[in-house]
Design a protein around this ligand. Structure first.
Ligand code: MG
Length: 335
């Protein structure tokens, strides 16, 4: 059960983090501090405060889920996600440094190729899970198996690497857990248990023959490679939290976030360093050497899922780009 407006809090947090990190994405920490003295960007600027492809694609996923009308199967969701992604591909607003994997795969989805052939088979870019938060908010009555399947499937349309699938599943799990009142302190442990429980679960009714590669013998071997990479990054997260350091670039601990499992872990680390200070968490996430908009987008999604809409200053949320669409989706999932 969702509490405190967690759907809205999560989606607005995602967009605010994206906007705050958008101006720091391709800069290292020294460059960020020189350009935004003395401590980096403190708030999203402009009206509207512009987001990037992370928020645009999260809206695609969220709106496709609503359109599905409660029927969540591969065959019901595939055409809806395909259409939403292709519409995004051609949107005049799709000019926010979109990822190459998404552009390539969406181009092939538009040509009408089956998704298994449109997807970029070996990509585990963070485009897979920067957009997955809405799946974590779906009211599925605690059906973590269905949530995991949807999370993996929405990733699979563009990113076919097993780690893209596992990291998207794990990201949605964390959102659902926090929105249901899970405590931040024990979250890494719960994530580890979940990852271990899923290690050899290949969702063939959703993913079909995606696992088939020359060097892979079984579907279980394919998916376990993804979960093992997630378990490795959870080790790095645990090590960082054992000696928490709010002043060090989080990318040094859990990676720069260009790939899905690192975006997940570094976004989560920023939240867990400041679990009750969401604005400080977002500012930390924006002052990072790596993929700052995707890291901060995930930090904001976690913090907002945990704390709800009260996490965010109203003079930020009233200026954020796409606020009507974010609010319309959030309202449906506030419980
Ligand atoms: Mg982006």
């Amino acid at each position: 059960m969702l509490l405190k407006g967690c759907g809205s809090g999560c989606l607005f947090g995602l967009a605010l983090g994206d906007a705050l990190g958008a101006v720091t994405e391709f800069l290292n920490v020294d460059e960020i501090l020189r350009r935004f003295p003395p401590n980096g960007p403190q708030e999203p600027t402009g009206n509207p405060a512009r987001v990037t492809d992370d928020t645009q694609m999260a809206l695609c996923v969220g709106e496709a889920l609503i359109e599905a009308g409660g029927v969540y199967t591969a065959s019901s969701l595939e055409p809806l996600l395909r259409r939403a992604f292709v519409t995004w591909l051609h949107s005049p607003d799709n000019n926010r440094a979109p990822g190459r994997t998404c552009l390539n795969a969406c181009g092939k989805l538009e040509e009408g190729l089956p998704w298994e052939r449109a997807t970029v088979a070996d990509s585990k870019g963070c485009g897979a899970n920067m957009r997955v938060a809405p799946v974590g908010l779906l009211p599925l009555g605690g059906d973590s198996s269905l949530r995991g399947a949807i999370a993996q499937f929405q990733a699979a349309l563009t990113h076919g690497h097993p780690t893209a699938l596992a990291a998207s599943d794990l990201t949605a799990y964390a959102i659902a857990d926090l929105a249901a009142g899970g405590t931040p302190e024990q979250l890494p442990q719960r994530l580890r248990s979940y990852a271990l429980s899923q290690r050899t679960v290949y969702r063939s009714d959703w993913l079909g023959s995606l696992w088939q590669r020359p060097y892979i013998n079984t579907p279980e071997e394919f998916i376990s490679r993804g979960w093992d990479e997630c378990l490795s990054v959870l080790d790095r997260l645990d090590a960082a939290l054992a000696e928490p350091n709010r002043d060090r670039d989080p990318c040094e601990a859990t990676g720069e976030g260009w790939i899905a499992e690192e975006a997940f872990a570094t976004g989560l680390l920023c939240f867990l360093l400041f679990p009750e200070e969401p604005v400080a968490a977002l500012r930390r996430a924006a002052v990072t050497s790596g993929d700052s908009d995707s890291i901060a987008c995930l930090t904001g999604a976690f913090a907002g899922a945990y704390l709800g809409m009260e996490a965010w200053p109203s003079y930020w949320t009233s200026r954020i780009e796409y606020r009507q669409r974010l609010a319309a989706l959030g309202e449906l999932w506030d419980g």
